[in-house]
Ligand binder design. Structure first.
Ligand code: MOS
Length: 745
C-alpha cells in the first residue's frame, strides 16, 4: 500500500530483524545490572514499613558491625542533595521532587530511610534487615475511592455541554474506574554509580539519558561535564524509567562515600513502591446525542490519585476534545492525595485510561441509541480538530474502523446479549478506537561514512527495546545504500550528540530528521572530495554532477555501478571517514503543533469467549488497525502493537496493584500476585498498519507507534464481555466476581 515506488524505499518500510538481535539472543547485550566493575560494592536500600508518620530513630549499630558491610547511609550522613529547579525536558525531570532522606516525614510505604553498602548483595540485604527503625505513626490513606480535593480544573471547553445534555433525546452518564497499575518491565531499575574523586559515571536503566544527566547534575550539585550517563540496552520501561528516581541519588552518595563503584538494583517489591505507577482514575463521562447518533455534547470529568507531596496528573482527557465531533464539550481534572509513592507515566499515560472511559461510554451510548457502535463512531468523525480549529496533519480513523470491521467479520455480529455461539462457547464482540499524539523531540546525530565501506551513526538516545538501533541503521542504509550489517550504531551514552527520550512513542519521529540531516552532510563532504582529490575518477567534475547511492559515488543520471565504491574516494583522499552532523528541533511546544493537529489513530475489535458454567472469560481474538503514518520497520512495529494488545488484555482482566488498608503497602508486589497477561492469555492477533505517510510531520511521514496499541483495547474487551454475559463492568479489571454476580441474577 506504499505510495512511493519500492525503488525509492528499499530499506525503510521493510520488515527488518533487529540489528541488535544476535547480541540479545546470545545473552551478550549487557544490561545495567549485568555489569560488574572492579571493586564493585552493592547497595541495598532500607524501606519504611509504615505509610504515614515520622521516622524517630534508626538503630544501625548491629548492621554496621556485620561482615562485609562498608557503610550505612541515612539522613545524618548521606551528604547533600538538592531539589530540581523545576521539571523540564531540557534541564531535568523528576516525579518525586523530594530527594531521599531530606526530612524525617514518611509519606508512603516503602519510602527509603537508609541504604546499606556491602561487599555482596547477601551481606547488604542481611544488614538492611538488621536495621531497627522507630516511627511515630499517623493515619494513612490508600483508599481506591477518589474524590477531587481541589476545585476541578477546566482543561477544555466549548459550547454549553450542560444545556445540550439536559435537552438531548439520548444520553449516557456513567463513571469508569481504573486501578493502580504497576510497570513490570522484566528488567528491574538499576544504577551503578562510579566516582573517581572528581567525575561520576552512571550506568543506568533510563529511557532518557540526557534528561537523567541534567537531573543528576542539579540534584547532586555537580556540573554536567563531570557526569556521564550510560544506558546501552534496556529491558523495557513502559514509562517507569523516563525520569530519575531517588535510588540513583543513593547510589551516587554511596560511591561518593566509599570511593568505590556501587551497584543498586531495585527489587521487584520496590518496583511497586518507589519507582512510579499508573494512578487510580475515576472518570465520569456524560455524552448526549440526537436520535441519529450525532453527538450533541461530551463531558469528561476525571480525578486521579497522586502522592502526598507530588503533583503527577494522569491526563485522561488529553484526546477527548478531538476524537469525535461535538459542538459542546467540557473536560475537567482533579487530584486526590494518597499515601502512595508518586505516580508517573505508564504506557500511553492519560489516553489509555482516558479512552477506556470515553470509548466505553461510546459503546454504551450505542446501546441507548440502538445503533451499531462502529456506525456511531463513523457518524461523529470530525473534519478538523474541533478543540483548536486546526486541520489534521493526517487522520484515517474511519478507515481503521472500516478495515478492522472487515477483517474481524463485524457484519456478522448479532447484537443480543449471549446471542452468538461457537464450539459450545458464548461469544462476545466489542470495539474501541484509539488515539495518541504524534510527538517529536529535539535530536542530533553524527554519521561517519568510512573508508572501509562501512558507516557509523550515533545519537544520544537509547533503545528501550523497541528497535531504535535498527531504525538508525535503516535510515543510513536507505540514504546511502550501505548494507545494514555494515552500519554500526552507537546509542545510550550521554557523550553522544543530544538525543530524544524513549517515550511518548516519539523516538523514531525525532531521530529521522536528525539522522537524514547528518547523513546528507557527510554525503556532501564525500562528493566534494570526489570532485577534488587526486585519484578520484571524478576529479574536476562539479559536485552537483555527482550522486551517492547503492554505496557508490557516481555521475547523476548514470547507474551506481558505473561509479566507484565510496570507500575508494576516501582512500584517495587519505581520509578515515567523511563525517556529518545533523539536528532537528522538537518538543511539547513544537511550532508545527500551532498549525496542525498531529495524532495517530486506530481501532481494536475484540472477541471474548464465555463459559457461564464455570465463569470462564477469555479474550480469544483481537483485530487491530493502526494509522501511524509510514511504518519504518513493520516487523518491530507489529511487535509493539501486539505487545500493547496483550498488555491491554492484562489491563482489562488482570492488572491491579492493591494497597493493604492496614499497612498502606502495595500488597501484591510480586509477579505471582500482580497478574500480567502471559503467553497463555494471548489471543489470536491480527495487526494491520494503514500506510498514509504523514509528510507534514517529517519527510518519511512516520509518526511513531507503540503506546497507541494499548489505548482503547480495554473498552473493546469490556464491550465484548457485556455482549457475551450481559454484565457491564465499569471498574477495571473485570473480576470473576463481577461475572458470577450476573450468573446469580
Ligand atoms: Mo512512555 S509512558 O512515554 O515511556
Amino acid at each position: 500500500m506504499s505510495t512511493l515506488p519500492d525503488s525509492v524505499l528499499s530499506v525503510i518500510g521493510q520488515p527488518q530483524a533487529r540489528v541488535d538481535g544476535p547480541l540479545k539472543v546470545s545473552g551478550s547485550a549487557t544490561y545495567t545490572s549485568d555489569l560488574n566493575l572492579p571493586d564493585l560494592l552493592i547497595a541495598v536500600p532500607v524501606c519504611s514499613t509504615i505509610a504515614s508518620g515520622r521516622l524517630v530513630s534508626l538503630d544501625i549499630a548491629d548492621a554496621e558491625a556485620m561482615p562485609g558491610v562498608h557503610a550505612v547511609l541515612h539522613r545524618d550522613n548521606v551528604g547533600r542533595f538538592y531539589r530540581l529547579s523545576g521539571n523540564s525536558m531540557e534541564t531535568g525531570f523528576v516525579d518525586e521532587a523530594r530527594p531521599p532522606f531530606e526530612d524525617d516525614i514518611i509519606r508512603y510505604y516503602g519510602q527509603y530511610i537508609a541504604v546499606v553498602i556491602a561487599d555482596t548483595f547477601e551481606a547488604a540485604s542481611a544488614a538492611s534487615a538488621a536495621i531497627e527503625a522507630r516511627y511515630e505513626v499517623t493515619p494513612h490513606d490508600v483508599r481506591d475511592e477518589l474524590e477531587a480535593d481541589d476545585k476541578p480544573k477546566v482543561e477544555s471547553e466549548r459550547g454549553d455541554p450542560d444545556r445540550a445534555f439536559d435537552t438531548a433525546p439520548a444520553t449516557l452518564d456513567a463513571t469508569y474506574v481504573t486501578p493502580t497499575e504497576t510497570h513490570n518491565p522484566i528488567e528491574l531499575h538499576a544504577t551503578i554509580a562510579d566516582w573517581d574523586g572528581e567525575n561520576y559515571t552512571f550506568y543506568e536503566t533510563t529511557q532518557a539519558i540526557t534528561v537523567h544527566l541534567g537531573t543528576l547534575s542539579q540534584m547532586l550539585g555537580v556540573p554536567k561535564e563531570k557526569i556521564r550517563v550510560i544506558s546501552r540496552y534496556l529491558g523495557s520501561g513502559f514509562g517507569g524509567k523516563l525520569w530519575m528516581w531517588p535510588h540513583s541519588l543513593l547510589a551516587a552518595a554511596a560511591t561518593r562515600q566509599t570511593g568505590r563503584p556501587v551497584k543498586l538494583v531495585v527489587s521487584r517489591k520496590m518496583m511497586f513502591q518507589n519507582v512510579g505507577h499508573r494512578p487510580v482514575t475515576q472518570q465520569r463521562v456524560r455524552v448526549s446525542a440526537e436520535r441519529d447518533g450525532k453527538l450533541t455534547s461530551l463531558q469528561h470529568d476525571y480525578v486521579n490519585h497522586t502522592a502526598i507531596a507530588d503533583d503527577y496528573q494522569e491526563s485522561c482527557g488529553e484526546v477527548t476534545p478531538l476524537i469525535y465531533s461535538t459542538p459542546n464539550l467540557r473536560v475537567t481534572s482533579g487530584v486526590t492525595r494518597r499515601n502512595v509513592g508518586s505516580p508517573t507515566s505508564m504506557r500511553g499515560p492519560g489516553a489509555v485510561p482516558g479512552l477506556y472511559a470515553i470509548e466505553s461510554a461510546m459503546n454504551e451510548l450505542a446501546h441507548v441509541l440502538n445503533l451499531d457502535p462502529v456506525e456511531l463512531r463513523l457518524r461523529n468523525e470530525p473534519r478538523v480538530d474541533e478543540s483548536t480549529g486546526l486541520p489534521f496533519s493526517s487522520r484515517h480513523l474511519t478507515e481503521c474502523l472500516r478495515m478492522g470491521a472487515e477483517r474481524f467479520g463485524w457484519s456478522r455480529r448479532t447484537p443480543g446479549v449471549g446471542s452468538m455461539q461457537r464450539d459450545g462457547l458464548t461469544l462476545g464482540w466489542g470495539v474501541g478506537a484509539c488515539v495518541w499524539p504524534g510527538l517529536r523531540f529535539s535530536a542530533a546525530a553524527d554519521v561517519d561514512l568510512r573508508a572501509d565501506g562501512s558507516a557509523r551513526v550515533v545519537c544520544g538516545t537509547q533503545d528501550i527495546g523497541t528497535g531504535t538501533y535498527t531504525v538508525l541503521a535503516q535510515l543510513v542504509a536507505e540514504e546511502t545504500g550501505i548494507p545494514l550489517e555494515r552500519i554500526e550504531v552507537g546509542l545510550g551514552d550521554s557523550v553522544l550528540p543530544l538525543g530524544p527520550i524513549s517515550g511518548g512513542s516519539a523516538a523514531t519521529a525525532s531521530v529521522i530528521p536528525a539522522v537524514l540531516d547528518a547523513v546528507r552532510a557527510a554525503t556532501k563532504l564525500l562528493l566534494s572530495r570526489a570532485a577534488a582529490v587526486d585519484g578520484s575518477p571524478f576529479k574536476g567534475a562539479s559536485e552537483d554532477e555527482l550522486a551517492f547511492s547503492a554505496g557508490h559515488v557516481h555521475r547523476k543520471g548514470e547507474t551506481p555501478e558505473r561509479g566507484v565504491p565510496f570507500g575508494q574516494i576516501l582512500e584517495a583522499a587519505k581520509m578515515r571517514a567523511a563525517s556529518g552532523s545533523g539536528s532537528a528541533k522538537g518538543g511539547f511546544d513544537d511550532p508545527l503543533k500551532k498549525r496542525f493537529s498531529i495524532y495517530s489513530y486506530g481501532a481494536h475489535f475484540a472477541e471474548v469467549t464465555w463459559q457461564p458454567e464455570i465463569a470462564r472469560l477469555r479474550v480469544s481474538r483481537v483485530v487491530t488497525v493502526i494509522d501511524g503514518g509510514r511504518i519504518v520497520n513493520p516487523r518491530a512495529a507489529r511487535n509493539q502493537i501486539e505487545g500493547a494488545v496483550v498488555m491491554g488484555v492484562g489491563m482489562a482482566l488482570f492488572e491491579h496493584t492493591m494497597y493493604d488498608k492496614r499497612t498502606g503497602a502495595p500488597i501484591n508486589s510480586n509477579l505471582a500476585d500482580y497478574v500480567v497477561a502471559t503467553n497463555a492469555d494471548t489471543p489470536e492477533l491480527d495487526v494491520t498498519f494503514l500506510d498514509h505517510p504523514d509528510t507534514v510531520f517529517n519527510e518519511l511521514g512516520a509518526r511513531g507507534i507503540a503506546e497507541i496499541g494499548l489505548a482503547g483495547i480495554a473498552s473493546a474487551i469490556t464491550e465484548a464481555t457485556h455482549h457475551a454475559t450481559g454484565v457491564r463492568v465499569r471498574k477495571l479489571p473485570i473480576m470473576i466476581e463481577d461475572l458470577l454476580a450476573a450468573e446469580m441474577t
